[in-house]
Design a binder for this molecule. Structure first.
Ligand SMILES: *Cc1c(COP(=O)(O)O)cnc(C)c1O
Length: 223
């Protein structure tokens, strides 16, 4: 199926309040434009340099999301334009995003990444760490960031039961935080979970943002 058909299919099956991030990492500008012309406006990248280059090359009504691990020293390259950073995994990173957002005269929206998978390589906070972070009074001082929810990646496995359990855990953490009194710049409204192989499960478990790459563009070719 074409990129356009893939997008239309995904959109058709998406609950009304949910958003689709088209994960365009490794895809050339022409293929991203194909998605753009099918109506897609939210794109996600996992590398700062690639993200900045694509921002320069593509239409300015695109919302760019950073979905990959972000190093503190690279925040400055995306602070002027990034719409949402999904992958915030430390107070240090949050503090740097705040600093660069202030410089750019912006308020940058962020999601806190929660470690739900069983792979060691996946970044993110534990439930306890995130509660600690939100309740220690540090966040209120970061005037130029806004935390709008959580993000997580399930273990890469065919075991659907395991994937579902991990998404359920993330949703529970989300609901738990939502029921607390939160700092003024923390608002639990978005839950970014689900990729090409598991977005259907994620939607059943309460996802509001799915991040789909190969399900739109086909298998990635790494050069
Ligand atoms: C690559 C990537 C995706 C999309 O993966 P697909 O399996 O191609 O849909 C989603 N989220 C993150 C964080 C990614 O790095």
């Amino acid at each position: 199926m074409s990129i356009k058909d893939n997008i239309l299919n995904l959109i058709q099956n998406l609950p009304p309040q949910c958003k689709l991030v088209a994960v365009s990492k490794t895809q050339p500008v022409e293929r991203i434009l194909e998605a753009y012309h099918a109506g897609q406006r939210i794109f996600g990248e996992n590398k700062v340099q690639e993200l900045a280059q694509k921002f320069d090359a593509l239409p300015k009504d695109i919302e760019w999301h950073m979905i990959g691990h972000l190093q503190t020293n690279k925040v400055k390259y995306i602070a002027q334009f990034v719409s949402l950073i999904h992958s915030v995994d430390s107070l240090k990173l949050l503090t740097e995003i705040n600093k660069q957002a202030l410089k750019a005269g912006r308020i940058i929206s962020c999601l806190l990444q929660i470690h739900i998978g069983s792979e060691e390589t996946k970044f993110g906070f534990t439930a306890d760490e995130v509660i600690h972070l939100i309740t220690t009074g540090h966040i209120e001082l970061l005037t130029n960031i806004q935390i709008v929810g959580l993000m997580g990646m399930a273990t890469f496995t065919d075991d659907e039961k395991k994937i579902r359990e991990e998404f359920k855990t993330l949703k529970e953490i989300f609901d738990q935080l939502k029921s607390r009194t939160l700092p003024h710049n923390v608002n639990m409204r978005e839950l970014s979970m689900g990729m090409s192989n598991d977005y259907k499960i994620a939607l059943q478990e309460g996802s509001t943002i799915i991040r789909v790459g190969s399900g739109i563009f086909g298998e990635r070719i790494y050069h």
